[in-house]
Each structure stands twice: as C-alpha cells, then as structure tokens.
Design a protein around this ligand. Sequence first.
Ligand code: GRF
Length: 199
Amino acid sequence: MPDKLNLAVLISGGGSNLQALIDACAAPDFPARIQLVISNRPDAYGIERAKIANIDTKIIDHNKYTKRIEFEKRVQNALSNYPIDLICLAGFMRILTADFINHWPKKIINTHPALLPKFGGKGMYGEHVHRAVLEAGETESGASIHYVIPEVDQGPVISQAKVPVLAADTINTLSTRVIEQEHKLYPEAVKKIASERRP
Ligand code: GRF
C-alpha cells in the first residue's frame, strides 16, 4: 500500500468530526493517519479524544496572542514538527489568514454544515447556519467538505451529502441530522484526496 496521507486536525470544541477521522484511521486499509491534533481552546473535549487515541496534541490558546499572525506562527511551528500532507479543520473556529492558507495550497480542507455555496461565509457557523436554513424555508440542507481558500467557505467543494429539512425541525434536530452526515463525509473526502494524490 502506498504511503498514507499524514493529517493534522485543527479543532476548537467537542471534536466529534475528529472522532470520525480517528475511527476511520483505525482501519488498517484507510489511506491516512493523524499525526497531530491542535486546539485553539484549552478546554476542547477533542483533545481528550486525541489523547485516548494516542495522538500527539498541542494546545495553542489564541487568547494569548493579540495578533492573529502570532497565533498562526505557533500553529505553523507545531505543524513543522510533523510531515503533514493535509490539514483538516474540524470545528475549528478561527478564521485563518491568507498568508497561512497560501502556505498550504490545496492542503487545507474544512467541513461546513450546509450545502455550500449556500449558507457559507463569515458569521455562518454553528447554529447560525441552521437558523438561516430554517428561516429561509429550505427543504434540504446538508454537509460540505471543501478546500480552504482565503475567501471564507468559498473553496472548491470536494463532497456533499444532503439531508431533508422537516417542517418540525429545530436548530437542534437539523444540526443532529447534518452532523451525522459530516461524520461519514469527512473520512470519505480524505480517502478521495488520498486516491487522487497517488501516482
Ligand atoms: C460541525 O458541524 C462543523 O461543521 C461546525 O462545527 C461542528 C463541529 O463539531 N463548523 P465537532 O467539534 O466536530 O463535534
């Protein structure tokens, strides 16, 4: 089997998408492994998930840095200790600068809880996305895995999964239905990228 893709996963919270990637990587034939998990929040439960899976972790608290580039310098330093092929943003709640993103061309991907290009952009995260979907009267929503470019949520879509929006839906019920799809979609997208990068 060709070399596996080496992943870094960046998180800010619960890390259920990280868990989906950890679980996928546990299969011997999955074409990727997680080298490092970075959280910008010291209390992110995802850090515990990584530790349980024996994955190296690094907490880089963005509150300690007044400038975004100072924070990102620490992130770059942490990444430079590992042979990273692909950075997976998984519930990572910081906007990255163009400098950072351009340093990793086509090597940063993200999961977004809606059918991009709809319901993306600054301010469209977490429950704001689902509220907007419900308020717009959409009949379907879903999840998107996309490449990260400097324009927030506008990078090329790698894969999407749709879910119905039901009349009785609340932010809670809709987000639960969507995140179940993200958990399947994220490992699939990593697999797809791995297969495309092979000679
Ligand atoms: C996901 O729905 C992701 O799309 C959004 O935040 C959620 C992260 O959940 N940006 P988790 O931390 O992976 O559990």
